[in-house]
Design a protein around this ligand. Sequence first.
Ligand SMILES: [Ca+2]
Ligand SMILES: [Ca+2]
Ligand SMILES: [Ca+2]
Length: 156
Amino acid sequence: MMERLQVEISELKENISLSKDTPSTRVTCPAGWSMFGTSCYTIFHQQLSWMNASMKCLTYGSKLVEIETKAENDFLKSSLIKDEANYWTGGKDDVTEGQWVWVSSGTTFDFLDWNTGEPNDVGGEDCMEISKHRNRKKSWNDKSCKSSLNLICEKF
Ligand SMILES: [Ca+2]
Ligand SMILES: [Ca+2]
Ligand SMILES: [Ca+2]
């Protein structure tokens, strides 16, 4: 009986230390990652397909960025991204055309920042990028998932 209790106590202690690492109590990000709200973000300047970009984030214990709010979108566009390159995010409409979801949570888009005329699904575009457009506005566009772009990862 005592032994059993000891085991339970040590398991509980383990759970407590694990729960200390939940996003709501995050106070620092790993080197090379920037904190905004309760998440950590980093950029990889590599030209990868959406699938390979997604796997790249996974190997760093993260996901392609999922943009839930205007504040998060503003942070990405004005602080994190320092050039005019194109970046993959974790948004797709490959399951149901026109229904955009953040893939890790399966939630539909709430806040939107599509560029004028986008998403247009030209030739079948089911992955979302942040990019600077012809009208010089940095905003969202749907892009072929096979395109090779940089990527932004988010640790939730
Ligand atoms: Ca997010
Ligand atoms: Ca599409
Ligand atoms: Ca497009």
